[in-house]
Write a new protein. Sequence first.
Length: 210
Amino acid sequence: MGRRALGLGGLALRGVLGAVVVVPLLLIFGVLFALGIEPAGWLLGITLLLALLGLIRTAVQGARLLSAGPLPDAAARPGVPAPPASTADAEADLLALLRAGERALPTPGRSALHATVIATRDALRATADETALGRDAFDVRQAAREDLPELLRTYQAAPRTPENERLLLDQLNLIGTRMRAVAREHQARQTRVLEAQRRYLESKYGAEEG
């Protein structure tokens, strides 16, 4: 509801600003046309047409905002991958991507893709318990759902040249390095939490000496 109100407010503001610009122009061109300056008549007509188109567009957008259901959240907007239904589903997609790559890529590319898919799978598992879409979880999900499939499609559509193969390997290594860093960081964080819990339990339940 808040986003819809912001959208309507933005449309209203645009309408006011448009009126501030258009109304003085209409007055100026109208006076000039009344004085017998013919080009002012053309400018007056063009300004009226543009104003009418802007009014229609604003009305259509306002009607859509009023009649639409709940606005999508950040995870549903274009370019922002929504969380996968489950880690298992995401891993199944990665496995399908790996199988497709094994059929389509030369040996160096297959090895690099395999390493990157494994790193992405590990990162997916490491960030699976994150409810908020932080930077790490965002990067991992985007790599699994968008970047890796798109990279493979782009390479398959390109000519088979040593330069294109090198570009493929560079990009796979770039993604894989990021995925391994995410997995290491989250695994280390989980280890720190477990270690802190161990110290707490030892202090709470540990036998006192003496």
